[in-house]
Design a protein around this ligand. Sequence first.
Ligand code: NIG
Ligand code: FE
Length: 407
Amino acid sequence: MTTRAAGAARGFAASRVVTCGEQGVIENGVVIVDGATIVYVGPRDGAPAGVPIEELGDRVITPGLVDAHTHACWVGSRHAEYAARAAGRDYREIARAGGGIVSTHRAIAAATEEDLAAALRARLRRMASLGVTTVEVKSGYGLEPAHERKQLSAIARVAREPGIPAVVPTLLALHALPPSAMAGGASGRAAYVKTAVELTREVAQDRLARFVDAYVDENAFAAAEARAVAEAARASGLGVRLHVGQFADVGGAELAAEVEAASVDHLEHVSPAGIAALARANVSAVLLPIASFTLGQTPPPVAALRDAGLSIVVASDANPGTAPTESLPLALSLAVRTYGLTPEEALLAATRNAAASLGLADRGVLRPGARADLTLWDLPHEHAIVQPWGVTKTYAVIIGGQPIQGP
Ligand code: NIG
Ligand code: FE
């Protein structure tokens, strides 16, 4: 496929066009894009004449996938921890001994902004080849303000480049205590939270992030600590996403509802009252089955989340510790096989629902007027997308109207 100038309309015809929107599945459908925008989605006989159409045959077209939770801006490797955990060592015990998030913090602190940009760029290209066209990327391994800013600057730098998924940057303001704050005991901890609040305001002012995140858990930060950064985020015009209930329910869901967070992520541990609060506040539930797979955890209460009417999102959680992956399709596969989502739920969870949780109304659905982000699958049916292929099954990926050139 060749790159065309913006404005040159062209179409794609396939046996199944899965819109993830009001038009449902269109058999023998056509999608026409003009520049960076979709201009037609529908049956072949209603398509405007005179537009060159590429025939894909017995293949599937979906909206480009949206990965709504990643920590993709990292360097280093935690392979020794992974092996130790597989042999029975506990994730939290490794963290307490100075490994885990703090071990990646050391690698980030030693890296330059260009090192981080290069690692992120390569990862995003590979994600695109897997069918992903928008990626949320968190900071959160810098831990100290200068290194958090370095991560966010690397993310911003890569986000401006062509040929990669669209990037939604998130300041992960509270992830772990850096060694400098740990040494200060309770007052060091309180001072660190204050610094995170200040950083939130500065990052909002410098437009380096659209969301702020905090890790609310028994081995991380209390709801009261996270409330401080969440309120600063809201007051500065940023949205809030929260890591909640990965290991224990410490009131993160209630906090998320209170601050009208866009999403709560993980949710292995959440009470019925917490779920009801999330439903009332319309907070999206982001499920991260790769992390719970690598940690050998029991799945979240998916049936209760579904019954409460929560919008369910599935994301990769791409990170060097709990989700050493770059594959949202792998997350979808585990969401179906280990969490019990239907293939339809899983696909919506990585398209329409994921985009909505990021406040992106222009994607995740195939419809005229939407951004021209399409994944053309070398598969005969959308249910095949959630099979655990372990290799890319895309035929082509179009981001903002431009075909990507491969990783
Ligand atoms: O989403 N839960 C906290 N953060 C990451 C893991 C971070 C790490 O281990 O590096 C997660 O699982
Ligand atoms: Fe995460």
